[in-house]
Design a binder for this molecule. Structure first.
Ligand code: ARG
Length: 459
């Protein structure tokens, strides 16, 4: 056991208590951020004359050495230290002696951990943003390639009206685009530096908090030291944004699972992204999509956990807050992993355009257009709705599509129908006529694709 605070104690900590209290097993993952924060802290201390330039150089050399050795695997982060802060400080003192003991001047582990977690979160938000961008690039490619790939659009999981694959992919494009915007908002709001807040009430040293903030790429220092050490709002916001990403991925997974089923066969998931059965030789299962759907619960769980942990905490720092780490780390790993895997699956998935178009034809998705045809020929919409309803009933009995009916059969229900009805209810016409912005018609889609392309390249 190596602790930073033995002075006022006369007994050793109980072993179980030590293990219960320690966080090194998980906070070791932000050793780099801890060192980065310490380097900024001593740089600021030296600028303010609190440390000499020589002490600063010695400390920075020592810290960089620790970072290098950890990265090269010659220094192992072992669990006899309580947390990553103790590990780094003890190693520094071991390497450079007395100057190392000055590193913690004007700082508490409370503002230190608040800083580390913010630095770590910022780095991860940047990674999440990159993965979301990759997803958007693939979706945009699919949109460009499929403006004339017709498929049924659904409501209530019942075939409703024909759309295109480009339009369907475009819906997910909008969702993941909003996810990126949420990440950006969180980054902007959290980007204030807590360093220099001390345990809760600042310090008596003449720190230049604005300078330290600038060194670490923050927009400025936080404005209340008690809030600084106990604010975990940005983690709750991030968990909420990641829950939304997972909800989107889960909906998409559900569709892929349905589309990949034997009944639909709209898509074929690549062998590299499927698994087999140990007993049924014919099986090729969409396990990746199912796991992504399943893991959504973990991320929602982390959000609920942290909200609950935070709800009864009086100001300022309390140890409860250490619970933020495992939850957030796991949620970030899960979301990043799911994004990367889903993107890979989507990139290699094959869409069966023929089956999708056939499916749209045989689900009466052009029934609204048949009614619109009648309306365009002077029939009131309510009557047109009834006429087409009777046509559908007739087709259901004969097990045919609307397009398969002869003109005589059409005319037997309404004399308004003429030869041009076939053109009017073809998949192509049904889609092409829908050209209000946001609709699946090719002209409207092309405008949207150009706008989204401009958004992606401007980033
Ligand atoms: N491991 C602690 C955490 O994650 C670091 C801060 C400890 N501060 C303290 N006063 N015990 O929150």
């Amino acid at each position: 056991m190596a602790q930073l605070w033995g002075g006022r104690f006369t007994k050793e900590t109980d072993k179980l208590v030590y293990n219960f209290n320690a966080s090194i097993s998980f906070d070791k993952r932000f050793y780099e951020q801890d060192i980065r924060g310490s380097i900024a802290h001593v740089t600021m201390l030296a600028k303010q004359g609190i440390l000499t330039d020589e002490e600063k150089e010695q400390i920075i050399d020592g810290l960089e050495g620790i970072k290098r050795d950890v990265e090269e695997g010659t220094l192992e982060i072992t669990y006899e230290y309580e947390d990553i802060h103790s590990f780094v400080e003890a190693n520094l003192i071991g390497r450079i002696g007395d100057a190392g003991k000055k590193l913690h001047t004007g700082r508490s582990r409370n503002d230190q951990v608040a800083l580390d977690m913010k630095l770590y979160t910022r780095d991860e938000i940047t990674e999440l943003d990159g993965l979301l961008k990759e997803m958007l690039e693939i979706l945009l490619k699919l949109m460009k390639e499929n403006t004339e790939t017709y498929m049924p659009g659904f409501t209530h999981l019942q075939k409703a009206q024909p759309i295109t694959l480009a339009h369907h992919m475009g819906a997910y494009f909008e969702m993941f685009k909003r996810d990126r915007q949420r990440m950006k908002d969180i980054y902007k709001r959290m980007n204030l530096c807590p360093l220099g807040s001390g345990a809760l009430a600042g310090t008596t040293y003449p720190l230049d908090r604005a300078y330290a903030a600038e060194l670490l790429g923050f927009d400025g220092p936080t404005l209340n030291s008690m809030d600084s050490v106990s604010d975990r709002d940005y983690l709750i916001e991030l968990l909420s944004a990641m829950s939304t990403v997972m909800m989107h991925l889960s909906r998409f997974s559900e569709e892929v699972i349905i589309w990949n089923s034997n009944e639909y066969k709209f898509v074929e998931i690549d062998d590299a992204y499927s698994t087999g059965s140990s007993i049924m030789p014919q099986k090729k299962n969409p396990d990746i999509a199912e796991l992504v759907r399943g893991k959504t619960g973990r991320v929602y769980g982390a959000l609920t956990s942290l909200l609950t942990t935070m709800k009864g905490i009086p100001l300022a720092y309390n140890k409860d807050m250490q619970e933020d780490k495992e939850l957030v780390f796991d949620a970030i790993d899960t979301t990043k992993g799911c994004l990367a895997l889903f993107t890979g699956m989507l990139k290699t998935m094959k869409f069966d355009a023929g089956r999708m178009e056939e499916s749209a034809k045989h689900g009466f998705t052009n029934a609204t257009d048949a009614a619109d045809y009648l309306v365009n020929h002077g029939v009131p919409f309510r009557d047109a709705h009834g006429i087409v309803g009777r046509l559908v009933l007739y087709c259901l009995e004969k097990k045919i599509a609307l397009d398969d009916m002869s003109l005589e059969e059409f005319k037997a229900v309404s004399p308004v129908f003429e030869d041009d009805i076939y053109e009017a209810i073809s998949m192509k016409t049904c889609v092409e006529m829908r050209n209000t912005i946001g609709a699946p018609g090719r002209k409207a889609m092309e405008k949207v694709i150009a706008a989204e392309e401009a958004y992606l390249t401007a980033e």
